[in-house]
Design a protein around this ligand. Structure first.
Ligand SMILES: [Zn+2]
Length: 291
């Protein structure tokens, strides 16, 4: 029950943001959505026990079990819990608003690994705020996204990273910890400085996420092929972090998103928010420091 645009309240916002590891109740088949007679702008109690949720609102930990954080701070979901985490890289851009509308209709949360490459500062901040206000996650994907600059040296990487992290932190009010390296952690472009970068990540207590499924939107695939790539890439994984892009020329991804979600739900998957508790898939790892 997401209030219409302009009617969303801080409580609603907090409610969505609060879908952490302690778990709230997810929607159940046939449960009353409880929208009848709801006053516009009426505030919902954040995190109220037993609060009915709309069917398909997948972001929460099922109440059937409690999940504790592992000693390393990540959440280990029980076997059989099939989860997909959608991640959109590169935006925000002109199509971000439409993407947010589609995600809202689907009741699917996503995490946006954002850059500053497509919008001027004011617009950029507005879009970042909109992403966060509507319950999605924000992580840093560097500001410029220009490989030759960000991977030129460790210093230039962190200078560029800090520029974007500052904007994200202005929006969320807390320190950003989520990172996706442009090209992935094992990109050939960062080979010379990779270990130093990973050391910096550890020292800054950041969490970098790669992926184990992708939609293929940078590979010139037709929409039908992207759909099969996305769905086929998830099947066989109990837990999947999917790489998608939100950038100019990538609008077809938004078009096929409802079908991706429908097909995967049909296969028993739920969609959850990739946040700081999600154990990351990482292509490259920091080598053991020499003691
Ligand atoms: Zn990217």
């Amino acid at each position: 029950m997401i209030p219409a645009l302009g009617q969303r309240t801080e409580a609603h916002f907090e409610e969505i943001r609060g879908m952490g590891p302690q778990g709230e109740t997810p929607g159940k088949e046939g449960e009353e959505p409880g929208e009848e007679g709801e006053e516009p702008g009426e505030e919902e109690e954040p995190g109220e026990e037993g609060e009915p949720r709309e069917e398909g609102e997948d972001s929460l930990t099922p109440e059937e079990y409690t999940v504790d954080l592992a000693s390393d701070g990540f959440m280990d979901l029980p076997p059989g819990d099939q989860v997909v985490y959608l991640t959109f890289d590169d935006g925000p851009c002109d199509s971000t608003g439409r993407l947010l509308d589609v995600l809202e209709e689907l009741h699917v949360p996503a995490t946006f690994f954002v850059t500053g490459q497509y919008l001027e500062q004011g617009e950029l901040l507005e879009e970042l705020e909109e992403i966060y206000r509507r319950g999605h996650g924000l992580g840093v994907h560097t500001y410029s996204h220009r490989y030759e600059e960000i991977y030129a040296s460790v210093e230039s990487f962190w200078r560029d990273y800090d520029r974007m992290a500052f904007l994200v932190e202005q929006v969320t009010g807390k320190r950003n910890r989520l990172l996706r390296f442009p090209g992935g952690s094992n990109t050939g472009k960062n080979a010379q400085i990779r270990q130093e970068l990973l050391k910096g990540v550890r020292e800054r207590e950041l969490i970098y996420h790669d992926w184990n499924s992708f939609v293929g939107d940078t590979q010139g695939l037709e929409p039908g092929e992207m759909l099969e790539q996305a769905v086929g890439g998830v099947l066989g994984h109990e837990k999947s972090v999917m790489l998608l892009h939100n950038g100019p020329g990538k609008e077809a991804v938004i078009d096929i998103l409802p079908e991706i979600v429908r097909r995967l739900r049909e296969e028993g998957y739920r969609f959850a928010l990739l946040d700081e508790t999600v154990r990351p898939f990482q292509f490259a790892r920091e080598e053991e420091p020499v003691v």
